[in-house]
Write a protein that binds this ligand. Structure first.
Ligand code: PEP
Ligand code: MN
Length: 373
């Protein structure tokens, strides 16, 4: 019986083997594309039918002047990958023109990038360009954590008659520093899966982490959560990549990552396919704890900088009135949003003590140690 997902099937309907979209962030030269595809070939073929070689030809860049992709010429290179290596190929489309060119050139899977999903106008234009075409399309979540925008993109493409759709979870952009480039906020992926239970959901640990040393652990986490496949960036010389150099891994590392994945059945003891709710909540807690630690580190760094400033301006470390005011304001705010008064004042006292300790150290340090703007 034909599965309505076509060749992107849900893991619950197929073997445990996750689907795989792998290849460099960007196509750079014909040689680079062929080298990556040849080195990834055995891993991709080992992943069965749900495997595609990826390379972006049109790069949405934050700042003008950055490398914006090789464009149309790269379609020929992807066609060569198909013809010479027998791999299915995938690229990002962000404009109806890209869709037309990619379809003419026989690209097997088109994906809508995170920046594009953010714009319903553009998604609708892509949907119009794809109307009546039977091609696999993957939809990344939007840059920011708006579930309905992601769902709306799926609905627009479905409305155009596309049947072979999949979601790609690539994390969400947040202001300030985080352990990850785009924190996953796993709960949003779970919510997406609940809206579209039949839609396969892939994870993109490359864009979530932004760091090659973290890609494997996030890939494993997504498998533990019951994701159906992975999109991973891989380059034969990652550190020389023209885009996203910090997050790409070598084809050899990718092979090891895939063979090292611990896969468990997507069917839990209750007998139905689900992304494990408990695992999801634990993953979210882990991330929040990482962020708490990151925030505390930054807070202490600033305390050190303040210590240096006070030293250079002959000020006292402990300014009691200011501290009492801060404590009162923060505790009141925290109590307003539901935290226990004793808990939050205890926590702030500990933080304050540690800050004072750091400021005292800074006071004793020579001038060059603690920099401030
Ligand atoms: C990419 O896959 O290279 C890319 C640009 O991803 P995203 O749209 O998730 O940022
Ligand atoms: Mn990339």
């Amino acid at each position: 019986m034909e599965n309505n997902m076509g060749d992107i099937e849900s893991r619950s309907n197929s073997a445990l083997q996750p689907g795989l979209i792998a290849g460099p962030c960007s196509a750079e030269t014909r040689e680079q594309v062929m080298a990556a595809a040849s080195s990834l070939r055995s891993t991709l073929l080992g992943s069965g039918d749900r495997a595609w070689f990826r390379a972006s030809l049109w790069k949405p860049r934050t700042r003008p002047g950055d490398f914006e992709g090789v464009g149309e010429i790269g379609l020929g290179w992807l066609a060569d990958v198909k013809a010479e290596l027998g791999l299915k190929v995938a690229t990002e489309v962000a404009h109806p023109r890209h869709v037309d060119m990619a379809l003419k050139s026989g690209v097997d899977l088109l994906w809508v990038g995170a920046r594009t999903t953010t714009s319903p106008f553009l998604v609708q234009e892509l949907a119009n360009a794809l109307k009546g075409v039977d091609v696999a399309v993957a939809i990344k979540n939007p840059m920011h954590a708006d579930l309905m925008l992601w769902a709306g993109a799926v609905e627009r493409l479905r409305g155009a008659g596309l049947k072979r759709l999949t979601g790609i979870h690539r994390g969400f952009s947040v202001h300030g520093q985080d352990k990850y480039r785009n924190p996953p906020m796993w709960q949003l992926a779970i919510d997406f899966k609940n809206i579209f239970p039949e839609l396969p959901l892939y994870c993109d640990p490359s864009h979530i982490t932004g760091r090659r040393d973290q890609v494997a652990s996030v890939a494993q986490k997504s498998m533990d959560l019951g994701f159906d496949g992975l999109m991973i960036e891989s380059h034969t010389e990652p550190e020389k990549a023209w885009t996203d150099a910090a997050q790409q891994i070598t084809p050899h590392q990718l092979k090891e990552l895939i063979s090292g994945l611990v896969l468990r059945s997507a069917t839990g003891s209750s007998g139905h396919n689900h992304i494990d709710a408990l695992e999801t909540m634990r993953a979210e807690l882990d991330l929040l704890d990482d962020r708490l630690i990151g925030l505390l580190v930054r807070r202490m760094e600033i305390s050190g900088e303040i210590g240096g400033y006070k030293r250079d301006h002959g000020m006292l470390i402990l300014q009691k009135e200011r501290w009492n005011q801060i404590l009162k304001d923060h505790v009141d705010k925290a109590v307003d949003v539901g935290l226990d008064r004793a808990f939050i004042s205890g926590l702030y006292k500990l933080i304050h003590q540690a800050s004072i300790g750091i400021q005292s150290q800074a006071m004793e340090a020579p001038e060059s140690v603690n920099k401030y703007p």
